[in-house]
Ligand binder design. Structure first.
Ligand code: ADP
Ligand code: ASP
Ligand code: MG
Length: 406
């Protein structure tokens, strides 16, 4: 008999009928003799609806009250699932984040889980109940409701699995595993049987929203066996594995991630002397804006252009900040472009193989896709390109590196 934590995403609980299907799946696992803790997201579209609703009450709602409103989505689904289980004769109990004392820090809208009080859950399991915990939410030490960032129910599930020392954490969603790239962009994408934590972490941080990055971090840190599976069809899904040698394929490239959430900001004609990068990025970090990629071009006449990318939600603020320091820096102008995307190749196989970057650039050149920025690390290469080339670039790279289905 195993203890299994399951998470069902928004589409999987999108209607009362689908919640009924989830209840049936949970009961099937119970019948195999397993203890089950389930965490659920809000019904699909609900979190977005609540965010829009909040905006109708205030142009700039506080982060604290945003967490109060968006956390209600998950409260609805836990109750509906517990009811559906009970209606089928399975004892169940639902809990919100604060009820299980999913203790987090106080960073509203991006809180980190610090501790989980598993006593009540363990007690319920011993009584033969299925425990249903609201995803995405927690409570800080001052009893404020917090949320974990978009896609945060994945992290709730992994944190529960770690706290309860579960045998497996199963993330049920609308795809049957982790693919070589988002199957919505490349229909020929292939499901991976296994992917390493390290690769999954890169994929998630480079934009693959199939798993929230913190969920992967947590699973790696606490050694939680993690699997991504389909709610709607049976299958093995994808195992996120610690063991590198274990990944059967040993392909050069495991996957292609992309991120549409970035924007590019450039400050042009800055007198180039030691300290210039710090003088530009200091005010940006003081404004709490996170910077991703950075490129500094050596210009003529002692002037330099300095380009970086930020989250699209932050780029207008970044431009404002730079415009206020422009005169002080002696810079000529500030320009920004929000119609860019970042496309990345990820694979542990890159470590032992040279020439992947040049192959990537050649494939893009053959499609006349201009590269604006490049960054590399041990197991990834990222390029920034115009948004309009996203699909073309992903598909060309997918085919060029032989990632398609056999
Ligand atoms: P849920 O609501 O269940 O959490 P998400 O929408 O957050 O579901 O995540 C599942 C989606 O992630 C898929 O529908 C798919 O379009 C997208 N996705 C992006 N990259 C990948 C990938 N590499 N493999 C599988 N799915 C991916
Ligand atoms: N409901 C939240 C969201 O839409 C959390 C989640 O689905 O994981 O981001
Ligand atoms: Mg998700």
């Amino acid at each position: 008999m195993a203890l299994i934590v399951q998470k069902y995403g928004g589409t999987s609980v999108g209607t009362v009928e689908r919640i009924g299907n989830v209840a049936d799946k949970v009961i099937k696992m119970r019948e195999q003799g397993h203890d089950i803790v389930v965490t659920v997201s809000a019904m699909s579209g609900e979190t977005n609806r609540l965010i829009e609703l909040a905006k109708t009450a205030s142009e700039r709602p506080s982060a604290r009250e945003m967490d109060v409103i968006v956390s209600t989505g998950e409260q609805v689904t836990i109750a509906l699932l517990a009811m559906a289980l009970e209606a089928r004769g399975q004892a169940a109990r639902s809990y919100t984040g604060w009820q299980v004392r999913m203790l987090t820090d106080s960073a509203h809208q991006k809180a980190r889980i610090e501790q989980i009080d598993s006593e009540a859950i363990t007690n319920d399991l011993q009584q033969g109940r299925v425990v249903v915990v609201a995803g995405f939410q927690g409570v800080d030490s001052d009893n404020n409701i917090t949320t974990l960032g978009r896609g945060g129910s994945d992290t709730t599930a992994v944190a529960l699995a770690a706290a309860l020392k579960a045998d497996e954490c199963q993330i049920y969603t609308d795809v049957d595993g982790v693919y070589t790239t988002d199957p919505r962009v490349e229909p020929d994408a292939r499901r991976l049987d296994k992917i390493t934590f390290e690769e999954m972490l890169e994929m998630a941080s480079l934009g693959s929203k199939v798993l929230q990055i913190r969920a992967v971090e947590f699973a790696g840190k606490y050694d939680v066996p993690l699997r991504v599976l389909s709610t709607f069809e049976d299958g093995p899904g994808t195992l996120i594995s610690l063991d590198e040698d274990d990944t059967m394929e040993q392909a050069l490239i495991s996957g292609i991630a992309f991120n549409r959430d970035e924007a590019q900001v450039t400050i042009k004609g800055v007198p180039d002397h030691p300290g210039v990068a710090a003088n530009i990025l200091g005010p940006i970090s003081d404004a709490n804006i996170e910077v991703d990629m950075i490129v500094q071009n050596m210009g003529g006449k002692g002037l330099t252009d300095f380009t970086f990318t930020v989250h699209r939600n932050d780029y207008e603020r970044a431009v404002d900040v730079l415009e206020t320091v422009q005169a002080e820096l002696g810079a000529k102008s500030v320009v920004a472009d929000a119609k860019i995307v970042k496309v990345s190749l990820v694979g542990v196989g890159m470590r032992s193989h040279a020439g992947i970057a040049s192959r990537m650039f050649k494939i893009l050149a053959d499609e006349s896709v201009n590269i604006r920025m490049i960054s590399t690390s041990e197991i990834k290469i990222s390029v920034v390109i115009d948004e309009k080339y996203l699909e073309l670039a992903v598909r060309a790279l997918h085919a060029g590196f032989g990632l398609e289905q056999e």
